[in-house]
Ligand binder design. Structure first.
Ligand code: PMP
Length: 414
C-alpha cells in the first residue's frame, strides 16, 4: 500500500477562531493538586444521589423498555406538560406542551437557537461580557455581535438583530442581577423592534440573598392574551437545581419557534435521553429539585462569603468586585487595568490555582482585565487556599512587571 503525501483537508474556518484557553483551564482544573476556581460546577458532594437512584428505579419500573427507547424529538410529553404547568404557575401565562421543547441541557438550546436563527454575518445583541458557552455554540454560525446596553439600548440596532441574548438572573460570568426596571425597558424595546429575546436562566434557583423578581418571560406573558406567542425564548435547566449530569433542559417559547427548534434538534441528536427525562420527571413531580435547591443555598452562601472575605484580604490591592446576590461566580476586575488576566493565568498555573480570564467572555477577545472566580465547587477552606495561591500568583506577576511597582503584599511567602 502506498501512502498518499497529499495533505488532508483543513478543518472548517470557525475552528481557527476558537479559543484553546477553555480546553486548557478545563483540563487543568480537573487535576487533584489544583484548586480550581475556574469551572461553573455545583458542589458534587451535595448531589442528591439517593433520590436520583430511587427516581431511576421508579422510572424503569413504570415505563419499562419505553424509558430506554428513542424519545419524541420535542421531548417526553409528561415532562413537557409539567414544565408548561410550572411555567404557567410561575408567570400566570397560558403555556401548554406546545410551548416546550426539552433539550440536552440549556447548552443544546443555545446551539439549536444558533442553527435556527443565525446565518453568517447576522447580528446578535448580547449582554456583555457574554456566557462563554453561548459564544462557543454560535461561533460556527459566524454571527456579528454588539453589546446590549441595559440603560440606553437603541431600538434600531435591535431591529437589525436576529435576537438579543441575556442572563438576567446572576449572569455568567459577572453574577449580576439585572434590576426589574431594566428588564422591563429591554422587553419594551425588543417588542418595538419586533425581534427575539433569548432569556437564559440556569441560575434561577441559586438565590443567595432573596428572590430575584419576575423573569422577562413573566413580564411578556402579562401583556399577552391566550396561548403564549411572544418574543421571549426562555431557557431553563436542572443543572443547578439538581445535577448537570442528567443533561435535561428546556426551551419555553411561542409554539412556532418550538417547532423550528425541534426540526433543528432532529438533525442534532434525534431526541434527548428518554431515560434521564423520565428520571427528571419523577424528581420534579416530587419537588425534589425545589427541596434540594433550598438545602444547598445556605452552603453556597457560606462559600461565597468565604471567597469575598479572603479576597478582601489578599486581592483587593489589585482587584475590585461586587458581591453577587446569587449564582456561582464573583467577577473581579483589575483596578486601573493594571493586570492582564491572560498573563496572570500563567502565573496562577504555577501556583496551582485556576480561574477563568475575561478574554473568553468577550466577543472581541480584547477584555483582558478581569477574571471569573467560582465559589460553589469547593469547601470554604479550599476556596480560601485558592485565594491565597491567587494572591501569591499576583505578587509574582507584579514583581515580574517593574512598571507595576514591587509591593510586599500580604501574600508574600516570607
Ligand atoms: N447558560 C448559562 C448562562 C450557563 O452558565 C450554563 C452552564 N454553565 C448553561 C447555559 C448550560 O447549562 P446546561 O448544563 O443546562 O447545559
Amino acid at each position: 500500500m502506498t501512502t498518499s503525501n497529499r495533505r488532508r483537508p483543513e478543518t472548517a474556518q470557525w475552528l481557527k477562531a476558537s479559543n484553546s484557553i477553555t480546553q486548557q483551564f478545563l483540563a487543568f482544573g480537573g487535576r487533584a493538586d489544583v484548586v480550581s476556581l475556574a469551572g461553573g460546577l455545583p458542589a458534587a458532594e451535595l448531589y442528591p444521589i439517593e433520590a436520583i437512584g430511587e427516581a431511576a428505579r421508579r422510572a424503569l419500573e413504570t415505563l419499562g423498555a419505553a424509558a430506554l427507547e428513542y424519545g419524541a424529538v420535542e421531548g417526553f410529553l409528561p415532562l413537557r406538560r409539567l414544565i408548561a404547568e410550572r411555567m404557567a404557575a410561575e408567570t400566570g401565562g397560558a403555556f401548554t406542551a406546545a410551548n416546550v421543547l426539552l433539550t440536552s441541557g440549556s447548552m443544546q438550546a443555545l446551539d439549536l437557537i444558533g442553527k435556527v436563527l443565525i446565518d453568517p454575518g447576522d447580528l446578535i445583541v448580547a449582554q456583555a461580557p457574554t456566557y462563554l458557552g453561548a459564544l462557543d455554540a454560535w461561533r460556527p454560525r459566524r454571527p456579528a455581535y454588539l453589546p446590549l446596553d441595559w440603560q440606553a439600548q437603541d431600538v434600531e440596532t435591535l431591529a437589525r438583530a436576529k435576537f438579543a441574548y441575556a442572563v438576567p438572573n446572576y449572569s455568567n460570568p459577572t453574577g449580576v442581577l439585572v434590576p426589574q426596571d431594566r428588564r422591563a425597558a429591554l422587553l419594551d424595546k425588543v417588542r418595538a423592534a419586533g425581534t427575539w429575546l433569548v432569556e437564559d436562566d440556569p441560575y434561577l434557583t441559586m438565590q443567595l440573598d432573596g428572590p430575584p423578581g419576575p423573569s422577562i418571560l413573566a413580564r411578556d406573558v402579562a401583556r399577552s392574551r391566550g396561548a403564549y406567542d411572544g418574543s421571549v425564548i426562555y431557557l431553563g435547566t436542572v443543572s443547578k437545581s439538581l445535577v448537570p449530569g442528567l443533561r435535561v433542559g428546556w426551551v419555553v417559547a411561542a409554539a412556532g419557534m418550538i417547532q423550528s427548534l425541534a426540526l433543528a434538534k432532529q438533525a442534532t441528536d434525534l431526541s434527548s435521553s428518554m431515560f434521564t427525562q423520565a428520571v427528571a420527571l419523577d424528581l420534579l413531580e416530587r419537588d425534589v429539585d425545589r427541596r434540594h435547591s433550598a438545602s444547598i443555598v445556605p452552603v453556597y452562601r457560606e462559600r461565597r462569603d468565604a471567597l469575598v472575605s479572603e479576597a478582601a484580604l489578599r486581592l483587593s490591592e489589585w482587584f475590585e468586585w461586587e458581591v453577587p446576590p446569587g449564582g456561582m461566580f464573583v467577577w473581579m476586575r483589575s483596578k486601573d487595568r493594571a493586570i492582564d488576566t491572560d498573563e496572570l493565568y500563567r502565573f496562577a498555573v504555577e501556583e496551582k490555582v485556576a480561574f477563568v480570564p475575561s478574554s473568553v467572555f468577550d466577543f472581541t477577545g480584547e477584555d483582558r482585565y478581569a477574571m471569573r472566580v467560582n465559589f460553589t465547587r469547593s469547601s470554604p477552606e479550599v476556596i480560601r487556599e485558592g485565594v491565597r495561591r491567587l494572591g501569591r500568583a499576583i505578587d509574582t506577576y507584579a514583581s515580574s512587571r517593574p512598571q507595576l511597582g514591587r509591593r510586599a503584599g500580604p501574600n508574600s511567602r516570607r
